[in-house]
Design a binder for this molecule. Structure first.
Ligand code: NAD
Ligand code: DAU
Length: 361
């Protein structure tokens, strides 16, 4: 039985990944989820699996060497899947330091502990051990509006925000461990995810939540920045396929082939909400384009991201299965069914964050 150490498993993608893995492997794997439970970590995301015998939650900071080393000493870890990070670009613009702390130093701790646990006296590594570093397409910078340009694994790194700079630094650390020690790892660079359990500071859940509550829909700049949206379960699948079928030491880009301008996304959400809300639901009356409000642009706002997932498709056979039309319906249906989840995460600290972030917009 393989034992996984998943970092950041109480966050958006991490919790979807854990659900995906138990659905796929059931009792054939064991997962230890280590998460600090920052504002973005939520154990409610894992309620339905928390009592499994093959699942353990450890509350710890990935920057805490002793706590992480203890997990490796007490368990024979076969796979590390490293999600834990500060993940929101706007927060990184306001407060970059915690991004360096968690994303760079935390990754260094994870690499050091895995290396210490897995390295043999001759400098090689125990058979079959693998580390997967979950990263982002934002490390490649920004593409021009011209829709013939794409990010490839060979595209030079050119990060712009403190978030993407910290993720680029963490990628380089992983690359350094692979190059220097032949440390058994992979990196995946993925485009924008959406789906269940996404924290409503990110565009899609923020727009769904605001529209349902009749609040204005803030569009940064001209609304024509482009992101390449991928349903989160497709990302979870890609991570598992790369770890089991990918070539060690390789980077794989993961993307949805689904480029859309932000304003298009917002219009699709408005139309889909109208379509899915039952006749007579009072929210139908206020959900319309009048809610759209153009606000001050994000500082250093990257114009366009677009992944060419050619390598992962050719080598591993992964491709995005969920079309946007279907994925956004599934996402909205999930938010309809989980109103309490949204209420819980939007109370308290997040409310303060929202008021602060949008006070001049
Ligand atoms: P998220 O913010 O929803 O979750 C991050 C999780 O990490 C939370 O559970 C949080 O509590 C935990 N965490 C933060 N700091 C920690 C620390 N110091 N120690 C332990 N745990 C800590 O993020 P997400 O959107 O799920 O992203 C997960 C990973 O995927 C990140 O590495 C991110 O860079 C990458 N990624 C995200 C996207 C996206 O669209 N969301 C796309 C590509 C890559
Ligand atoms: O590309 C992958 C990245 O996608 C991940 O690495 C990040 O962790 C993830 O947060 C995401 O980054 P973005 O900055 O692209 O996502 P966000 O949802 O914050 O914004 C998407 C686009 O929508 C972006 O162009 C900014 C715009 N936006 C965002 C918000 C929150 C708005 O116009 N209004 C908003 O209120």
């Amino acid at each position: 039985m393989r034992t996984y150490l998943v970092t950041g498993g109480a966050g958006f993608i991490g919790s979807n990944y854990i659900h995906y893995m138990f659905k796929k492997y059931d009792n054939d794997i064991r997962i230890i989820n280590v998460d600090k439970l920052t504002y973005a970590g939520n154990l409610e995301n894992l309620k339905d699996i928390e009592n499994r015998d093959n699942y353990t939650f450890v509350r710890a900071d990935i920057c805490d060497k002793e706590a992480i080393m203890k997990i490796f000493e007490e368990n024979d870890i076969d796979r590390v899947v490293h999600f834990a990070a500060e993940s929101h670009v706007d927060r990184s613009i306001k407060n970059p330091e915690v991004f360096v702390q968690t994303n760079v130093l935390g990754t260094a701790v994870m690499l050091n502990c895995a290396k210490a646990a897995w390295e043999l006296p001759d400098g090689t590594f125990k058979e079959g051990k693998k580390f997967l570093h979950v990263s982002t397409d934002e490390v490649y910078g920004s593409l021009p509006d011209d829709d013939s340009a794409f990010f490839y694994e060979t595209t030079p790194y050119d990060p712009h925000s403190p978030y993407s700079a910290s993720k680029a630094s963490s990628d380089f650390l992983v690359k350094a461990y692979m190059d220097t020690y032949k440390f058994p790892a992979n990196i995946t660079n993925c485009s924008n995810n959406y789906g269940p359990y996404q924290f409503p500071e990110k565009l899609i859940p923020l727009i769904i939540n605001n529209a349902l509550n009749g609040k204005k829909l803030p569009v940064y700049g001209d609304g024509k920045n482009v992101r390449d949206w991928l349903f989160v379960e497709d990302h979870a699948k890609a991570i598992d396929m790369v770890q089991e079928q990918g070539r060690l030491f390789e980077t794989y880009n993961v993307g949805g082939h689904n480029e859309k301008q932000n304003i298009e996304i917002i219009n699709i959400i408005l139309d889909t909400l109208q379509e899915m809300l039952p006749e007579g639901d009072p929210r139908k009356e206020h959900i319309n384009k009048d809610l759209i409000t153009y606000v001050e642009d994000r500082k250093g706002h990257d114009r366009r991201y677009a992944i060419a997932p050619d390598k992962i498709k050719a080598e591993i056979g992964w491709y995005p299965e969920t079309m946007f039309k279907e994925g956004i319906k599934k996402t909205i249906a999930w938010f309809f069914e989980h109103e309490d989840w949204m209420k819980n995460v939007t109370s308290g600290d997040y409310q303060k964050y929202y008021e602060d972030m949008y006070k001049n917009r």
